[in-house]
Design a protein around this ligand. Structure first.
Ligand code: NAP
Length: 288
């Protein structure tokens, strides 16, 4: 749609932002739903976050994504923060609600949706999460919120897993949390329903690495998820498929977290995601 006097703006703030693929997804959706809206990326220096948020209010920008390194800093300048985003301690989406800025985190929500869309349940399940960084924290909180029975957090730096355990123990009394190091043994997978990799093992320079030993023979009911999306077929997912397990690809979390943001701003529930997958391949975000 042509820009005119009524065109609205949504944006991304981060530093840097030039590599972002978010404009591809949002402009695809803006065109699909024929909205008079544009999505632009603003490179906001550290120390300028408060001013950027004041700008969002002053210019009546409808909402914003937030990326590295501002996901935590924005918290102090928001008018309200969604409960789970506050527990996660990071915001990746802001909605301008009549001049009040409300913060959300759609990473964990996007991941949960990718699991449910693939036909798997979370309620009552035992979930093992490899890694305890920002993505793990978001996924752990949403897993707890969606009724997981047990969370097993495995990470090299145990203090980070311990910090997630504390926040879940304090806020989701029904969820049992266990922590341990990253060396998963075959017998420890026996009672696990969902295995999720949130470490970068399997991507980029770690492409040749698998977060668990490929010699392990997994239980046949195990569902294996990797949030690494480039490559799509990580060594972990290849191992899972070799053993005929169901898998969930990281690219679906990537698409869902964007769609969730779009939905928060516009109220539109996006159903068909196949074309976005094709778009990301076309743009080289994921391999075709
Ligand atoms: P992060 O906050 O830096 O956390 C990284 C985690 O991986 C930490 O637990 C860290 O362990 C562990 N780790 C890092 N290098 C490792 C290594 N060589 N061996 C073992 N463990 C290692 O990063 P993040 O934001 O959580 O992101 C993690 C991964 O998820 C990245 O690959 C990112 O691309 C991907 N991701 C995907 C999506 C998606 O939409 N699909 C969204 C967000 C992130 P320590 O605590 O011991 O350092």
């Amino acid at each position: 749609m042509e820009i005119n006097g009524s065109t609205q703006v949504a944006c991304l703030i981060g530093h840097p932002v030039s590599h972002s693929f978010s404009p591809y997804i949002h402009h695809y959706l803006i065109d699909k739903y024929k909205l008079n809206l544009k999505y632009v990326c603003f490179d906001v220096a550290e120390g300028q976050v408060k001013e950027a948020l004041q700008g969002i209010k002053a210019l009546n920008i409808i909402g914003s994504n937030v990326t590295i390194p501002h996901k935590v800093t924005v918290l102090e300048s928001l008018d309200r923060v969604d409960k789970n985003a506050a527990l996660i301690g990071a915001v990746n989406t802001i909605k301008n609600e009549s001049g009040k800025l409300v913060g959300y985190n759609t990473d964990g929500r996007g991941f949960v949706k990718s699991v449910i869309d693939a036909g798997h349940q979370i309620k009552g399940k035992t979930v093992m999460i490899l890694g305890a960084g920002g993505a793990s924290r978001a996924i752990s909180i949403e897993m707890a919120c969606n009724g997981a029975k047990t969370l097993i957090l495995r990470n090299h730096t145990l203090s980070k897993a311990e910090a997630i355990k504390e926040v879940i123990n304090a806020n989701f009394k029904q969820v049992q949390v266990e922590i341990g190091d990253l060396e998963v043994k075959e017998e420890e997978l026996k009672g696990v329903d969902l295995l999720i990799n949130t470490t970068p093992l399997g991507m980029g320079s770690n492409r040749a690495l698998c977060p668990i030993s490929e010699a392990i023979v997994p239980p046949s009911h195990l569902v294996v998820c990797d949030i690494v999306y480039n490559p799509q077929e990580t060594l972990l997912l290849k191992w899972a498929k070799h053993h005929h397990l169901k898998v969930v690809y990281g690219v679906h979390m990537l698409i869902n977290q964007a769609i969730e943001s779009f939905s928060i701003w516009t109220g539109i529930e996006v159903q068909d995601k196949g074309e976005i997958l094709e778009l990301l391949k076309e743009k080289g975000v994921i391999p075709s």
